[in-house]
Design a protein around this ligand. Structure first.
Ligand SMILES: Nc1ncnc2c1ncn2[C@@H]1O[C@H](COP(=O)(O)OP(=O)(O)OP(=O)(O)O)[C@@H](O)[C@H]1O
Ligand SMILES: [Mg+2]
Length: 368
């Protein structure tokens, strides 16, 4: 089949997918745009997601195209409505072939942020918030101006990890109000938790957030920052995807534990970032062996090294390992990041090392 024939079959298949609410097909409704077929059988297109679209619409479109004969791979660039609707969500996608990518200025107040790095994982409880807090605190302890955005819409807990229970202050004249981030250990903190009604069912929060997140971010008085660390909610669904695009993340750090390496969660996480053209900086293995509280020696409880193997397999950098360390839990309970409470503990040392490697990876993005 020629590329043109393949493209026609893709268009025809997508034109048979009917939007369950509007009854229109995905091509006439304008959801699917810029369908291209590469020489190697890879299909690329943009998908303009609308606020009231069902959560799995992109997945349905992907499945439809993947099922066609002659298709080797499918790359979808999801465009979200809050990015202005004109494809602003892509920093590098959407460029005409041959045109020179101009540096895209960050929108709103994030224009004053040097690097935005998201800490993510496919599943919950692997240590994202722990890593995000320590990354932020370690960078701040080295003199950088750092912001930490708790983007966990399901269980925001960054303020507690920093011992902060205050509500942020609102300053400025009427109509020009700004939200002041809280500050602890040199890190400016803001949590989406402040936005949310605690009684609201978690399922309602995704759509709510994607609608108001951008405005919220522009009204936070972050000031100039060298780094903004974003603690992501667990999972790889639309809510997470929409967050990544609204925040305009430069690079993502994926966290896994030795037990979770083989579950496919990391792969799904990496795919999510790829779909929105966001670079994955690499993988960190957390809870990698137990640091003995008495002698500091590492005990390999669940087996370690899987994170590194997975990184190699996926062609991603391995960013380091952090042992399971009682000092982490104690520090968390005290509301202090481990790099502050126990900088010389095995986890503290490992976290400084991961910070160094992440910093290097971010700097390499600028050059590369
Ligand atoms: N290296 C470690 N050593 C000891 N305890 C750890 C370590 N990493 C994380 N923990 C503990 O494990 C728990 C889960 O960690 P954390 O909250 O950072 O995970 P998470 O991925 O952010 O979870 P969620 O998906 O629920 O947001 C916390 O109680 C944390 O203190
Ligand atoms: Mg968390």
């Amino acid at each position: 089949m020629s590329n043109d024939e393949l493209r026609s079959s893709v268009m025809a298949a997508l034109a048979r997918v009917v939007h369950p609410r509007t009854g229109q097909d995905l091509v006439s409704s304008g959801h699917v745009r810029d369908v291209e077929v590469q020489e190697n059988g890879e299909v690329r297109f943009a998908f303009a997601l609308q606020p009231d679209d069902p959560g799995d619409l992109v997945k349905v479109a992907r499945g439809t195209v993947e099922g066609l004969r002659g298709i080797a791979a499918v790359k979808i660039n999801v465009l979200l409505p809050q990015m202005g609707g004109s494809g602003g969500g892509e920093r590098t996608g959407g460029l005409k072939p041959g045109s020179v990518p101009a540096p895209t200025p960050r929108p709103g107040l994030l224009s004053q942020v040097g690097h935005v790095v998201a800490v993510s994982s496919g599943k919950g409880g692997v240590g994202k918030s722990m890593l995000a807090s320590n990354l932020a605190a370690a960078l701040a302890s080295q003199g950088a101006k750092v912001g930490l955005l708790d983007a966990d819409i399901y269980g925001p807990n960054i303020p507690l990890m920093f011992g902060e229970t205050r509500r942020p202050q609102v300053t400025g004249a009427e109509g020009k109000e700004m939200i002041e981030p809280l500050q602890a250990y040199g890190v400016r903190l803001m949590s989406l938790g402040f936005l949310l009604d605690k009684e609201q069912p978690a399922i309602m929060r995704g759509p709510l957030i994607s609608g108001i997140l951008k405005q919220f971010l522009e009204q936070v008085a972050w000031g100039p920052l060298d780094f903004m660390v974003v603690d992501m909610p667990p999972g790889t669904g639309d809510a997470q995807l929409s967050l990544v695009q609204s925040i305009d993340v430069d690079g993502a750090v994926m966290v896994t534990t030795p037990q979770d390496v083989s579950t496919g969660d990391v792969r799904r996480g990496v795919k999510m970032f790829e779909r929105v053209n966001t670079r994955v900086l690499g993988i960190v293995e957390n809870m990698s062996g137990l640091a003995c509280p008495h002698c500091g020696e590492l005990i390999d409880v669940f087996g370690s090294g899987g994170g590194e193997r997975l990184a190699t397999e996926m062609g991603l950098p391995f960013l380091g390992r952090v042992p399971l360390d009682p000092a982490v839990r104690t520090a968390g309970d005290e509301g202090r990041p481990s790099v502050v409470a126990a900088p010389d503990s095995p986890a503290g040392q490992a976290l400084f090392e991961v910070t160094r490697v992440v910093k290097e990876a971010l700097n390499a993005l600028e050059v590369g």
